[in-house]
Ligand binder design. Structure first.
Ligand SMILES: C[S@@+](CC[C@H](N)C(=O)[O-])C[C@H]1O[C@@H](n2cnc3c(N)ncnc32)[C@H](O)[C@@H]1O
Length: 514
């Protein structure tokens, strides 16, 4: 790595090392985004990606990345065995290339290990390193300003590995600047952007597909969808760029970049329709204010509507589109119980209106995905803050509609249970053979109970062809028993046999689920 020239601005041809941070679970999306920005040497890490590139490419990433939280110019990245060794290495970095001793500094130190037991001590070590460095060069001590520093240093310790660098962006990049109010449980802007990217929204938008969020809340997905569709850089509303306060800043290159990416926001037009709705008028008002702040009024339509009233709504008029949403969570809004019905309604709206569309649902409970009644073709694990979630993706079509599941405790199908609850249809009863199998499953579950309590594995085999009548394997994929029929050659023949015997829908092996 060649250091930038202090007097003549940065040597923009020099390759430098950077680290882009992102929410856990989005590392692969960020890596793809950085590569799409022309950066070749990208390496995924935990909650971020390391990369190597020229300064101008790093500037471009700062201005355009929709997924990153911060971008750090890395000055030191090594393993250490002691605080003294770390201090010595940090004081040997060439700080004067980037920082003037007169500038105020804040040190964001994260992590601890056996020799740096807390972040406060770690930050103190880095501060000492800078003071040692500047003293050795005949300059004064650095001044700390926690609230409004000229330069923010990023220090991260993971086990023995220590990374130290200069934060180029200051305020996290997810704060685009359009969100004045968040409403209830809003998504972070960079998570919303990543969900859209995971659903291939940019390519769909380029083909004129429609976008719908029926739980739009403060409008984050709608706004990010419009920004991606119009190729508006994520940093278009920002005016504070700490990277320009560094001695190594290349102001001319930055101005060129801004000039080339300039957005005439007044005259942006979209080839696709973007529609949101929410049951809450307060949420609709917040979304409209956020859309206005983003400069996107007129490009996004938001209305007050409960999900239940969305049948045959105009927003579904196009035959190609993406429905993406994060319905209320049991943990954060509402109660789990009511969510079963909400997801079932969402499924009906999708099946009745969105044939040929793609859909994505962000949920903290993948089990609820089954309530939609469609087979999900892909699931992505992501984190909404600290909550582990799944983005469940669907292709909406009659072929992907799920048949009803059977509850082995009661013998009812999902459909029958719902219908029984609404007194429209009696619950389906198990046949004698199916009761025998259900009894065996109950017995096996009882036998496995103690072992299960000590396990963290997400799946286990509860039944392995125990009964000659049912030569199938049944795996359980969650706390709630699911039936997964693994067809062996033996099971295939039983499956066929049971179909031939006109098994009714209440009999267990009548359909396969995944
Ligand atoms: C988790 S929030 C969505 C947050 C949104 N993605 C954002 O970034 O602001 C869920 C939203 O669903 C709305 N909601 C709840 N039940 C609804 C229903 N039956 N129909 C339509 N909207 C509903 C709530 O008002 C809330 O704004």
């Amino acid at each position: 790595m060649t250091a930038p020239d202090k007097n003549g601005g940065a040597d923009v041809a020099a390759q430098q090392h950077y680290f882009a941070t992102c929410p856990k679970g989005l590392e692969a999306v960020l890596a793809r985004e950085l590569r799409a920005l022309g950066i070749k040497a990208v390496q995924e890490s935990i909650a971020g990606c390391y990369f190597e590139c020229e300064q101008l490419q790093a500037y471009n990433a700062c201005y355009r990345s929709r997924v990153a939280n911060r971008i750090v110019l890395v000055l030191l990245r090594r393993e250490f065995d002691s605080g003294e060794a770390l201090l010595a290495a940090a004081s040997a970095c060439d700080w004067r290339v980037h920082i003037d001793a007169g500038q105020t500094v804040q040190i964001d130190f994260n992590g601890s290990n056996t020799f740096i037991r807390n972040a406060k001590y770690g930050a103190q070590l880095v501060r000492d390193a800078l003071n040692d460095y500047f003293r050795a060069h005949g300059e004064g001590r650095i001044e700390i300003d926690a609230a409004n520093p000229d330069v923010r240093l990023y220090a991260r310790l993971f086990k023995r590995r220590f990374t130290l660098g200069i934060d180029l962006v200051g305020t996290s990049l997810h704060q685009r600047g359009y969100r004045g109010e968040g409403g209830e449980a809003p998504l972070k802007e960079n998570l919303a952007a990543a969900l859209l990217m995971l659903c291939d929204w940019p390519a769909m938008a380029a083909e004129g597909a429609s976008f719908v969020d029926p739980f739009c809340g403060s409008g984050t997905l709608l706004i990010e969808a419009a920004l991606q569709a119009a190729n508006i850089p994520s940093g278009y509303l920002r005016d504070d760029w700490p990277l320009l306060r560094l001695l190594s800043a290349d102001h001319a290159a930055w101005q060129d970049l801004l000039g080339a990416a300039a957005v005439d926001i007044e005259n942006v037009s979209l080839a696709c329709a973007i529609n949101g709705s929410d049951a809450s008028q307060a949420a609709v008002d917040i979304a409209n204010r956020n859309i206005e702040r983003a400069g996107l009024s007129g490009l996004i339509s938001v209305s007050r509507a409960g999900l239940e009233s969305l049948q045959a709504a105009n927003c579904f008029a196009h035959d190609n589109g993406l429905l993406l949403c994060n319905p209320p969570y049991g943990q954060r809004l509402g109660e789990k119980a009511g969510l079963d019905a909400l997801y079932a309604t969402l499924g009906s709206v999708m099946k009745d209106n969105c044939t040929g569309w793609q859909a994505g649902i962000l949920s903290d409970d993948a089990e609820l995905g089954w309530r939609v009644g469609l087979r999900s073709f892909r699931q992505h694990k992501v984190y909404n803050g600290n909550i582990e979630c799944r983005l469940l993706r669907y292709r909406v079509s009659a072929e992907n509609a799920l048949k009803p599941r059977v509850n082995i405790e009661t013998g009812e199908t999902d459909v029958a249970r719902e219908a029984a609850a609404s007194e429209k249809m009696p619950a389906v009863q198990l046949s004698d053979n199916a009761k025998m199998l259900a009894n065996r499953l109950r017995k096996n579950l009882r036998r496995l109970k103690t072992w299960l309590a000590s396990q963290t594995a997400p799946s286990f085999r509860v039944y392995d062809a125990d009964l000659p009548e049912y030569a199938v394997a049944i795996d359980c994929y969650s706390a709630r028993p699911l039936q997964q029929f693994t067809k062996t050659s033996a099971s295939a023949s039983v499956y066929k046999q049971s179909q031939n015997s006109n098994q009714n829908p209440g009999q267990l092996p009548a359909h396969k689920q995944d």
